[in-house]
Design a binder for this molecule. Sequence first.
Ligand code: FAD
Length: 439
Amino acid sequence: MSGVSRRDLFKIAGAGLLIGSSLHTSTACAKPVKTAGRMLPPPKGNRVVIVGGGWAGVTAAKHIKKEMPSADVVLIEKRKIFMSCPISNVWLGGLVDMDFLMHDFHTPASKYGYTFINATVLDIDRSKRRVYTNEGYVDYDYLILAPGIGYNYDAWFKGDKDMARYCATHFPSAFIPGSEHIALKRKVHNFEEGTFVLIVPPPPHRCPPAPYERAAMIAYVFKKNRVKGKLIILDPKKDIKPKGPGFRNAYIELYGGLVEYVPNAKIKEVDPVKKVIRTTAGDFRFDDANLNPPHRAGDLAWKVGLVNPKTGWCDVDPLTLQSKQDPRIFVAGDAASVKGFPKSGDMAHNHTQTMVVKALVALMKGKDPKEAVRAPTNTCYSMVNGDPKEAIVINVIYDIDRKKGAPVKKKVNVENRRSEQLARATFEWARALYRDMFS
Ligand SMILES: Cc1cc2nc3c(=O)[nH]c(=O)nc-3n(C[C@H](O)[C@H](O)[C@H](O)COP(=O)(O)OP(=O)(O)OC[C@H]3O[C@@H](n4cnc5c(N)ncnc54)[C@H](O)[C@@H]3O)c2cc1C
């Protein structure tokens, strides 16, 4: 078994990450489900329940407790272990071990004094302010909903669930952490010859540079393994964005002949059985592929009626990230739609601290939540070479426009010249964020 080590497989299976990914299409509103009884005694002060222990949720739990120790904070997460999507492309390229991506939920819960519940949230009764899980229910005063993204296979298969399942099984997207990443790594490292296609999802999708970084890491593996074939990147956009020159130069200078970038390739039809993709830039046959459907807010957000069906994301106040449907609920991370915010781990970590937590804590202290909000930043490194390790970076600094009541971009810095120094900074960035969230 090349590419994926036995230890990696053991970790991910033991971690309970072999949970089916989002094939759901339901947009129906919640009906309370029958589950076991109340899970926790009534709190002494305000109780904040956080649903989803990803980049946004874990950050929220710690920072609420730091800013307001009297708050009763409960984090509910369905996975048994945290696996990071950031750096997973680097792991795909074989440059780090899976240990680098894996973290536990217990250490920060114990250190900062919040309750961690390992359960799946099935429903939320917003009128009762009650969260139903497969283990029982928990009542809240305020809720932070941070369920991440779901895959919108309906955009390709128009409700044909069998085809969606076939596609997800045979050509997993690996934009939601877990078993899919293992499957993709195995495909890439075992590929010997022919055409491998990577579809870039239409914007807005999780981590704008991630498909291009993934392409660079796949090309790196193909080059190392002397693959007789090529990687075709099908992009619905007219150009690579962000860090276009950095990615383009890497594809040409490092992997010339191995990578074919096709712009303006909007998907018309995907046939995973015949292995054909019809696009506005022509038709493509493939031997193997990473088929990435459009993204949208995580399934639970749809289930509880907080998604705008026109956009697929949750409408929120752009300063506090309070849901426009329910002021008791804040939406943090990728599921929220804020103009100018990329759906990245760095942004989820940043806006959760500087906006969501600040606003919520102010609200609980009887202060003006909008006044409490601070401007976030977003930094995103992308590894483009494996030997030597080289990366590029984008950094965006935001400001708060108090008159507009919204964040605005103040400065954008991009470094498209790949370097080993930026590769080292990539690992330092990841370690610093993992440290903040998990230790
Ligand atoms: C390949 C790849 C590379 C990336 N690289 C970078 C990078 O270099 N830098 C960067 O900043 N970002 C990167 N990202 C983006 C980053 O992973 C996301 O933006 C980030 O994870 C968003 O955080 P979140 O909390 O919104 O969602 P997530 O981190 O996905 O967390 C959502 C959590 O909610 C849980 N959940 C969902 N539904 C339920 C339920 N019903 N009950 C209980 N729990 C539930 C899920 O299990 C999950 O743990 C990358 C993404 C990918 C796919």
